[in-house]
Design a protein around this ligand. Sequence first.
Ligand code: SF4
Length: 361
Amino acid sequence: MNFIFFRPDIPNALENEGVKIALPRYRKILVDGLPAKFLILKTIDTGKLPKKEDEMWRLHKKSMQKFSNALEEIDKKGLRHKDLGFKDNSLLDLKIKLVEKIMERCHLCERRCGVNRFKGEKGECRVGNECLISSIFVHMGEESFISPSLTCFFMGCTFHCQFCQNWSISQWHEDGERIEPDILAKIVDEQALKVRNLNLVGGEPTPSLLFILEALKEMKSNIPIVWNSNMYMSLETMEILNGIVDVYLSDWKYGNDECARRLSKVNNYWEIISRNHDISFKQSELTIRHLVMPNHIECCTKPILEYIAENYGKKVIVNVMDQYRPEYLAHKYIDIARIPNDKEIASAINYAEKLRLNYIT
Ligand code: SF4
């Protein structure tokens, strides 16, 4: 790979012991030692697709077993993506059809709006039936082992965070630009050798899942897929993402439902987010971001770090982020209307240390 480095910590980031423990498969994809998962999906022949949705899900379950077997064999033998044979009716095509069904009464996320996205109806995220992005560029400011990252910012979000730093994208204060999935695929293929991954973010990538899968169908490069998300996906979406995502880059904000309801306008936060982290930990490799917010150490930071220590230990990387600043509507909430002070940041880091997490700052 021909990376251009602007940060001294990027070139050797993959040699970090924590990265070796948490992201072993990701590291191998990057040296072209193993294929990204979405390429393996293209090798699983599903035969003719059924019309009925329940039959499609049954076929999906059966085909995912074949995928798991193929993944195990590929990883054991160290096969490369050039060794793979792609099929016309593949598991990726089946996932595309299933996402279309989900969007007919949209439940891509746990808002479960039930709108028909193909009939012009829009739910909470206000994403319709076209691929709208704010930008796509090589990001050098992500974690050292993620950068350089070809980062695609999809319009809209399933949350309404009152302090969102990307509020113009997430809350539609800009219109976004329409891009066809095949053009997106072409951009990725052109840039693939210059970056470490395709980083799907927003706003939130979940409402744009269909366009993402359509782009993956066209893509030929062996590039890891990073799902950079608030993790409020529905269970159905979590099943679709199995075999798509190489690394979940999650954003775990709150340690309880009340803070989530007040500051992001979502319900049932803890149950859904902990469930989806558990699933993603089993499915794939995982890095968890936690943005330290002022006055939220006891109610949010500590419970999240404790859950991670208890359930995943050192097998995930935790990024304890200190860059919160009061943006968007944060001035309306007295608790979050300032940056965190040194004592709060130190307390978060000391707690991660005390719990012996695989953490970075
Ligand atoms: S993705 Fe959007 S429309 Fe679909 S359920 Fe979530 S918020 Fe509602």
